[in-house]
Ligand binder design. Sequence first.
Ligand SMILES: Nc1nc2c(ncn2[C@@H]2O[C@H](COP(=O)(O)OP(=O)(O)OP(=O)(O)O)[C@@H](O)[C@H]2O)c(=O)[nH]1
Ligand SMILES: [Mg+2]
Length: 410
Amino acid sequence: MLETPAGLRLHIGVFGRRNVGKSSLVNALTGQSVSIVSDTPGTTTDPVSKALEMAPVGPVVFVDTAGFDDVGDLGTLRRQRTEAVLERVDVALLVCGPEGYGADDAAIVAALRAHDTPVLVVFNKSDLAAPSATVLELLAGEGLETIAVSAATGSNIGLLREAITRLVPDERLEEPRLVGDLVPAGDLAVLVVPIDLGAPKGRLILPQVQVIREILDSDAMCMVVKERELRDALARLDRPPRLVICDSQVVLKAAADTPPEVPLTTFSILMARFKGDLVKLARGAAAIHALKAGDRVLIAESCTHCPLADDIGRVKIPRWLRQFVGGGIEVDVVAEPDLPQDLTPYAIVIHCGACMLTRKHMLARLYRAERQGVPMTNYGVAISLLQGVLPRALGCFPGARAAYEAARRG
Ligand SMILES: Nc1nc2c(ncn2[C@@H]2O[C@H](COP(=O)(O)OP(=O)(O)OP(=O)(O)O)[C@@H](O)[C@H]2O)c(=O)[nH]1
Ligand SMILES: [Mg+2]
């Protein structure tokens, strides 16, 4: 990833007056000593770039700049360099110190906005003083998002990463493939789609349609069968398919009917990778093994109108969970927009497939759970685990499988 050309990386500019802690913040965000930090104003003189991999945004470059309020001839030159950075970044952080938000800061914001660059106002050094409510209100009134952090103590740095993710234009977020990378051109995937009472009349659901479309886009082939016909369909092929993809609810049967050497996964696991971060969701799922009587589980739905969602989220998963754990757990089911901010009462959050959420939105949720130290997984991963076939269903995703197994070992 470090070989990603700079032009394809998302550039995040860090601006502000001298000594507000811009360099300290870049160091805190990157976890490295990128820029020199000192209490002498004007420490950073030329823009300093640091390329790194920042999940979930992907390859980024942080560009630390000289203070905008630098003075004298040299100061003017430095300001010009900072202005050049200002023109080219995709996203900007405007850093303020305890002295608050002043005219220089407003000028930077105006310049950024003139370039349509999304900007986040970061009040650093919040360990010394919190930003005043009046200023926060004023900035909110201008449509500016604000956050108070401390580069020195590390407070809210995770929240800052989350806020940066929100700021990133959707099209710049790395979008992994749904399935195209798993079924090469010319190869075959068998899709197992149950047509039960819950299936929408006369059509297939979105993840199934998206998978079929992407397989076609990849010049690969697919065969679509119901679970009852899977064994027969596989027997007719003169060579095994590259992959079997089934609905989560029939994963047990599909796993039994598919020879062990044929990779198998579920539509929801493909969606989990596409929409969120499969490694994190697989790691989060391991917490199901640790559930015990008295624990609370949050089932989070992102919409109230997914076909069958009630059935899966409200009935089936709670039932399977109780069977798995042996009873005694409390299961809360909430649907958008009631998802609580505070997830800490829960031993695990099990999120729906998020077909109605953007990837960015789902990733922000994952961050929220991570920041609060609450494991999070989703329906698809949880169902495969509860049916006892998760390692198999993660077979084509070694990173996710390893994360699950490592978390399970503790
Ligand atoms: N208390 C406290 N001090 C901080 C914090 N962040 C940075 N500092 C201190 O503030 C001083 C300036 O930090 P820098 O990171 O060099 O600030 P800068 O904005 O890059 O400064 P220039 O490069 O001179 O424009 C240093 O002494 C840091 O240790 C913070 O969150 N809390
Ligand atoms: Mg600096």
